[in-house]
Ligand binder design. Structure first.
Ligand SMILES: [Zn+2]
Length: 136
C-alpha cells in the first residue's frame, strides 16, 4: 500500500477549515453581520449555483466558478472560497473572506463599492488588480 503525504491542493483540510471558521466568525462579528454566515465547500457551492441547469450549462458555470477567488450569496448569508487559489495562500484567503463578508454586510453595494471598502480595510488592494483572477 502506498501512503501519500502530499496534501490535496484542491480541497481545504481540517486545519484550513478551522482557520476559515475562526476568521469568518471574528470578521462577521467585527462587521456587525446579523445571523450566521455559512461557508459552503466546493461541492455544495457548485450544486447550489448550478441547480436546475442542463449538463452543458453546469459545465460552463463550474468553469466560471473555478476561476474566482470566492463568491457570496446574500440571500442565504453563505460564501464560498476557492481552495485551488486560496489554500496555503493566507494573505489572499484573509482578503477574500473580508471581500465576501462585505458582500453579505452590504448586499446592495456594487462590486466597485465593495472593492473600495475592502481596500480601506486590507490596504493592499492594488496588488490584486494585476492578477488574472477576479472577485465576484
Ligand atoms: Zn465581489
Amino acid at each position: 500500500m502506498e501512503i501519500s503525504c502530499t496534501p490535496d491542493e484542491n480541497v481545504f483540510d481540517d486545519g484550513d477549515w478551522e482557520l476559515i471558521d475562526a476568521l469568518v466568525r471574528v470578521f462577521s462579528s467585527m462587521f456587525h453581520i446579523k445571523g450566521h454566515v455559512t461557508v459552503l465547500d466546493d461541492t455544495q457551492w457548485k450544486n447550489y449555483m448550478t441547480n436546475g441547469e442542463t449538463p452543458a450549462e453546469k459545465k460552463k458555470t463550474e468553469a466560471e466558478i473555478d476561476s474566482l477567488f470566492g463568491q457570496a450569496d446574500t440571500e442565504t448569508n453563505s460564501i464560498w472560497l476557492n481552495p485551488r487559489i486560496l489554500k496555503r495562500s493566507y494573505d489572499q484567503l484573509v482578503d477574500t473572506i473580508v471581500h465576501e463578508l462585505l458582500h453579505i454586510r452590504f448586499p446592495k453595494d456594487s462590486e466597485e463599492q465593495i472593492m473600495n471598502k475592502e481596500r480601506k480595510l486590507i490596504g493592499r488592494f492594488d496588488t490584486l488588480r494585476k492578477q488574472r483572477w477576479c472577485y465576484v
